[in-house]
Write a protein that binds this ligand. Structure first.
Ligand code: ADP
Length: 539
């Protein structure tokens, strides 16, 4: 069966193609998805680098400014006169040490007494600072391990308020020739740092300008300086390296939020586009595959159709030939037999003609070129001739054909040849699908029971297996063969009933499949409209 093989190969090709295209679409989706995320990550990391650079630079500047103040104080002290440092610092003025608010010299012995104290603006608060210093701050200083003259910082909150202290050890030569150890302590005014220093480094921290927004937060994230910042992906936080080490400087690219939103929007857009293209590809594929399978089905139907039609034509043709050859030999005993053989030849050729007409008419219907010749005709004659054409076949099958036509019939406008084809098709089907039963009845009626007088019906009734309910509508479709027919050896092309329905429709009537008499077998009822008054048969 090379056709079947080719069909299977075509189907395999379609599935392989489908799999390849789906795999390609999936690959495309994955690559696009990953590229989108990689690009976003690159963009984010570039922004991060720039922001980090900016943050480092600012932190450095603030740190340096504080350390410069420290240095200015350190330079005031001569090793032999540490006690004098506070006084000299007061004399120095605020310009060189703008962030310093108090300078204290402590006794280096275990007693830790304040030896000298100076405040930029003396105030009662100095007392509480001194007390805090002795009670709570001193134990926090790392004096024991601190080498002489090395500067150290303490940045810590006491009772909710932050302190920044710079301290170093010094040795003082006493008048009596002994040496005393001293601890010099410089307190930086954090309010002044926030008020004066930070604004110098970060001129407009909250401005959504082209650069960035900056703030300073403490360990717990409370804002010390600047505006609150959203915890966006692009926020960069840097700790102060030496001085204000309990705080962090945070920088958010001013367009950070916008960038995040844009990136999210772009990603969404790209994903939507990706999904859309996948849907388009898959829909296209499904459409192509459906069309393909439809095409293959039609192809298979056509192949079956040709095989079945040829087979149906062969049967009457071989009968005509057989009886023709018998007559030719001249060995047929009686005239009666000869007449019978001739009759068979005529009937079978009529059946053959009907079969060929079936195919030709069907082809014409398909091309939309069918033309019927409607004239008032003799319905009883048409039915009679059609039944006669099937009689030999019925006899060989051991079945009787019964015809019932009323004495009086109204005038029906019809194409006689087409209507004859209708009856032949229905009777042939009854013979084909009800084998082993004894009779097929053709009943013409007017008025049919329970219906108006304006129609006549031709019913073909058999006592076979009947038509399953699920097939009743579909059997009138072209090429459709019933479930039982498909599974059996009964040959057929699936065009007979389609043609019957078309011809009935062209006459303004219809055809219906029902259960047969007494609920058994099949009944095909063709209904035709009546156009003229009743006429007696033969008139
Ligand atoms: P086919 O060439 O298959 O006979 P038809 O169009 O004449 O094509 O009939 C379509 C289908 O209707 C048949 O395949 C068969 O299943 C069903 N059918 C037609 N006539 C009868 C009947 N008298 N009894 C049972 N089934 C029938």
């Amino acid at each position: 069966m090379p056709w079947r093989d080719a069909d299977r190969a075509a189907r395999t090709r379609s599935w392989v193609l489908l799999a390849v295209i789906i795999a390609a679409a999936a690959l495309l989706a994955v690559i696009t998805y990953r590229t989108t995320f990689k690009l976003d990550a690159l963009r984010a990391s570039a922004t991060f680098e720039v922001t980090l650079g900016l943050a480092d630079e600012k932190v450095d500047r603030i740190d340096r400014a504080i350390v410069e103040s420290d240095d200015a104080v350190v330079q005031l002290g001569e090793p032999s006169h540490a006690d004098d440092v506070p006084r000299r610092w007061r004399a120095l003025g605020a310009r060189q040490t703008p962030t310093v608010s108090q300078v204290v010299v402590l006794d280096g012995s275990e007693a830790r007494e304040i030896v000298a104290f100076a405040s930029r603006v003396p105030a009662p608060a100095d007392e509480s600072f001194r007390a805090l210093l002795l009670r709570r701050i001193l134990p926090d200083l790392e004096i024991g391990t601190l080498p002489l003259a090395q500067i150290k910082h303490l940045h810590k909150a006491y009772d909710g308020a932050f302190f920044l202290l710079t301290y170093w050890r010094a040795i003082e030569a006493l008048p009596d020739g002994r040496q005393a150890e001293r601890l010099v302590l410089v307190r930086h005014d954090l309010d002044a740092i926030a008020r004066e220093l930070l604004p110098q480094v970060v001129p407009d921290p909250g401005s959504p300008g082209p650069t960035s927004r900056v703030n300073v937060v403490d360990d717990e994230g409370h804002v010390v300086f600047g505006p609150p910042l959203n915890k966006s992906d692009l926020l960069v936080a840097v700790r102060f390296p030496t001085t204000l080490y309990a705080w962090r400087l945070q920088v958010a690219p001013s367009s950070g939020d916008e960038l995040t939103i844009q990136a999210r929007r772009r990603r969404l857009g790209e994903m939507a586009l990706l999904a859309l293209s996948c849907v388009v590809i898959l829909t296209g594929l499904v459409v192509i595959l459906l069309a393909n399978s439809q095409e293959r089905k039609l192809h298979a139907l056509r192949a079956d159709f040709v095989a079945n039609v040829s087979h149906e034509l062969k049967t009457p043709l071989s009968l005509v030939r057989m009886f023709g050859e018998l007559l030719m030999t001249g060995r047929v005993a009686s005239d009666e037999k000869r007449a019978q053989y001739l009759q068979i030849i005529v009937r079978e050729s009529e059946r053959l003609t009907a079969l060929i007409e079936n195919v030709l008419d069907f082809a014409r219907v398909e091309r939309g070129k069918v033309a019927y010749d409607f004239v008032p005709g003799d319905l009883a004659g048409v039915v009679g001739r059609a039944v006669e054409a099937c009689r030999y076949r019925a006899e060989t099958e051991g079945m009787r054909l019964e015809v019932e036509v009323p004495e009086e019939l109204p005038e029906v406008v019809m194409d006689e040849r087409a209507l004859q084809l209708v009856v032949i098709n229905l009777v042939e089907n009854a013979l084909k699908y009800a084998p082993g039963t004894d009779v097929v009845r053709v009943v013409v009626a007017h008025p049919p029971h329970g219906r108006g007088e304006d129609v006549v019906t031709i019913a073909v009734l058999d006592r076979g297996p009947g038509i399953p309910a699920e097939d009743r509508e579909r059997i009138f479709e072209r090429f459709y063969r019933g479930k039982s027919a498909r599974g059996s050896t009964v040959r057929g092309s699936g065009i007979g009933l389609a043609l019957v329905a078309h011809i009935a429709g062209a006459h303004g009537g219809d055809v219906e499949a029902r259960a047969g008499e007494g609920g058994k077998g099949a009944a095909f009822v063709v209904t035709l409209p009546v156009f003229g008054p009743k006429r007696r048969r033969g008139e």
